[in-house]
Structures are given as C-alpha cells and as structure tokens.
Design a protein around this ligand. Sequence first.
Ligand SMILES: [Zn+2]
Length: 344
Amino acid sequence: MDIKAQLLQLKEEIKKEVQGIFDEKVLNEIKVKYLGKKGLITSALKSLGSLSPEERKEVGQLANSIKEFLEETLKAKQEEIEKKKLEEILRKERLDISLPAEWFEPSASHPVLTTLKEITEIFKSMGFTVESGPEVEYEDYNFTMLNIPEHHPARDMQDTFYTSNGMLLRTHTSPVQIRSMLKKKPPFAIVAPGRVYRKDMDPTHSPMFHQIEGLMVDKNVSFKDLKGILKIFLENIFGNNIPIRFRPSYFPFTEPSAEVDVGCTVCKGKGCRVCKNTGWLEILGCGMVDPNVFKAVGIDPEEYTGFAFGLGIERIAMLRYQITDIRLLFTNDLRFNLQFRGIE
Ligand SMILES: [Zn+2]
C-alpha cells in the first residue's frame, strides 16, 4: 500500500476510534498515538523525504489535512466531554426550592455579653470612650507601672498565667489604663472591657472572666466626681433606689481606694445566703489614681488627678439573672443559654 492510501486509511481509523469516547484520558492516549513524537501522523510526515518532489507535496498536504482533522475532532470531543461534565454537576447539585426549610432554634445573646454591652453603653452615654488592649501583656504594664512591686502577692505564680517568653495573660484590664495614658494627653475618660485570666476555679471564680475598667484624668478630678459617676452607673444597672455605700479599701494603683457595695438585690437588705447575711453585695473597686502610676506614664501628678474603677462583668450578670455558679456561664450548654432569649 502506498503512503497516500495509508494516510486515508488512518483518517477512517481516527473517525472510528474517536466515536463514543467520553473520557479525557482515552482522548489523550489517542492524541499521543497519532500526534506524539512517535505518533502515526508524525512518522508519516517524517517519511516524506523518500518521496519525489511532486509526491511529497501531495502527500504532505494530505498528512497535514489529516493532522488538522484530528486536532479539530479531538477539540470538539474535548468540549463535548466538558459540557457533559458540567451537566452532570448541575444535575447533582440541583436544589429543590420547593422543599420545606429546616427549623433552626433562634439563639440568645449570652448574659455576659448582654451585661457587658449594657455597662459599656451607660459609660459611653456619659462621654467615656471605649479602649482595648491585648490579652497577652507585658509584666510591666500589668504590674510594675501600676505600682505593684515585685514582692506583691498579686504577682505570685499561683494567681498569674505566665507565658514561656516572659509575658503573661493579663490578670485585670488595668494595663489598658497604662496603654491609654502612654498614648493620650489628658483630659480623657475611657472604659476598657475585656477578658482577664487568673488561676482560680470555684462556684464564684473562673480562670477566664470579664472586667470593665474605667479611668478619667483631668485637672481637678476629685473623689466627688468618682462617686457621682458610679452612682449614675449603679442606678442604671440596679434601679434608682438602690442603696450604695463606699468602704475604704486598698489597691496598689489607687490612693485613697474604696470598695463599693449595693444593697442586696435578693433580700433587700434583710440578709440572705447571696449576701452572706450582710445585706450588702460587693460590686466594684475604685479610687483616685496613685501619683506613682501617673509618674510611670509621664503625667505630672501635680497638674492632673484622676480616678479609676474596675468591676467583674460575670458578678453583675450573676446578680441580675440569679445565676449561682459562674461555671454555668462557660459550659456552652444550650439549655442554659436559651433561657436568656429575648432579654437583651
Ligand atoms: Zn441578701
């Protein structure tokens, strides 16, 4: 058989071979068989040299036309395969929009978050801005600059989580005071809500809990301003007629310092288990910023005064919603959480 007849036969073979193929792998094999380095068409083209010039022209054209034919056929087949694939995907992923929807139980805002938001809003309404800081903190910001010297019990390894690189998980939101005073010039009033960490766990303590910290710095800020602001805050949270008392206390970063109690919301002052029969509930700690703290951040304590306060969000939430075990707040049990639906 001469080369021309061979080529024409090849074309017929190709037509047959390509029919009914719906697999890209097989398609590639055919491509290699005919058009690859050792492919049948490639070999035919290579053998042109042994032909006479006239034959060479005729056979060359024929071989090229078969090559083109094959390429086009393969391309068309490839498109057909892709179209089939897409149709298959569309068929599989078809959505029946007439199906009834699955019912999802509406969730509830967590009582801690609800309380935290509400407290923050009260202070914002009095002109405080909201600041935040990192939960992994420098020892200096968490302790030293807040006038907590190295021998202070608060630094004890029993209470504080230290990281391997000499930092710590902040034990209170007070380092945000330091960060704010380092970057702001007085006058300013800030609140800093956030998570804090201590090695503690019982019905009223959790190793992670939330605090909100407040700080106001200006010329002539006095204890009277502190009392006024806290009174407005506590009345907003517990109601207008809530009894409030200030008790002298000690904190390293404030001088003088006080703890603030409100009349027991459970027994109305008569004495019960929640208030340990005192009729009062401890709510927050506060005081005038210690001059040593001002010195640590470069604020002149002769020119400026300020007050600071801090409280635990969980404590307020537990009192408001009569929750007796702080750990219930962090179990992620929907039966607990869903009781608070609609209260936010
Ligand atoms: Zn009570």
